[in-house]
Write a protein that binds this ligand. Structure first.
Ligand code: UDP
Length: 210
C-alpha cells in the first residue's frame, strides 16, 4: 500500500480499511506527513516513496525480468496512455492489459474475468483509497496475481492528466498545497491533514507510541 496521512485517518474511522492496512504485505510512505510523523514518534523513516516512482521504476525492473503488468483504474483512456508511455520508456515491457472499470461491486465480476484472462504478474489499481485497497483485499484470493498495489492518482500524474508539483514543493512537503491549488474541490478531503498532525502530536504527548 502507498500510505499517506489520509490513509491513516481513514484507517482510524474505518475498521475494514484498518485491517487491510495493518495486514498489508508492504506499506510504503507516500507523503511527507508520514515521514514527519515517523520522526515525531521516534522511529524515523528514511525517505518518501511516491506512487509515481513505484510504478515507473517497477516498470523498468519488469521490462528486464519479463514481469507482465496490468493497469486498472482511472478515467477512460488514462491507463492506455500510461501503458504506452511505460512501454516507450522501457523497451520490451509487456503490459498484460488495461481497463478503467470501477470499484463498484457490480463491475467486480467482469474486471476479475478480464484480469484472470490476462494473467499478469503484477496489478496496479488506481481507484483512490480506501476503495482500491479494499478492492484488492476482496479479490486477491480469486485473482491470484502475485503482486497488487493500490496507487491512487498515479496514472493521472504519469499520463499528465494532473500535473505534479515542482520538485522543490515535493521536497519541502508542500505537495498537498499544490494539489489544493490544482483541484480546490479537494479541500474537504485535505482537512484530514491537520487532523493527522493533531493525532500525531497527541500520540507523542501521551507517550502511547513508546
Ligand atoms: N477513480 C476511478 N474510479 C472511481 C474513483 C476514482 O478510476 O470510481 C480514480 C481517479 O480517476 C483517479 C484515482 O482513482 O485516477 C485516484 O483518485 P484520487 O485522486 O482521489 O486519489 P489520491 O491520489 O488522492 O490517492
Amino acid at each position: 500500500m502507498t500510505v499517506n496521512p489520509e490513509f491513516v485517518m481513514m484507517a482510524r474511522e474505518n475498521e475494514e480499511f484498518r485491517n487491510v492496512l495493518v495486514h498489508a504485505d508492504l506499506a510504503l510512505p507516500d507523503g511527507m506527513g508520514i515521514l514527519w510523523a515517523s520522526r515525531i514518534l521516534g522511529r524515523p523513516l528514511k525517505e518518501r516513496i511516491a506512487g509515481v516512482d513505484i510504478v515507473t521504476r517497477f516498470a523498468g525492473v519488469a521490462a528486464r525480468k519479463g514481469i507482465r503488468i496490468f493497469l486498472l483504474g482511472a478515467a477512460e483512456g488514462v491507463a492506455e496512455k500510461v501503458a504506452a508511455l511505460l512501454v516507450a520508456a522501457n523497451p520490451g515491457l509487456v503490459i498484460a492489459g488495461t481497463f478503467a472499470g470501477s470499484p463498484s461491486p457490480a463491475d467486480e465480476e467482469d474486471i476479475c474475468r478480464r484480469i484472470g484472462a490476462a494473467h499478469p504478474h503484477a496489478l496496479f489499481v488506481a481507484y483512490g483509497p480506501p476503495r482500491q485497497d479494499l478492492w484488492i483485499a476482496r479479490t486477491r484470493e480469486r485473482l491470484r496475481v502475485p503482486l497488487a498495489i493500490g496507487v491512487g492518482g498515479t496514472f493521472d500524474f504519469i499520463a499528465g492528466v494532473v500535473p505534479r508539483a515542482p520538485r522543490w514543493m515535493q521536497r519541502g512537503g508542500l505537495e498537498w498545497l499544490y494539489r489544493l491549488m490544482q483541484e480546490p474541490r479537494r479541500w474537504r478531503r485535505m482537512l484530514s491533514l491537520p487532523r493527522f498532525a493533531a493525532a500525531v502530536v497527541g500520540t507523542r504527548l501521551s507517550g502511547r507510541h513508546a
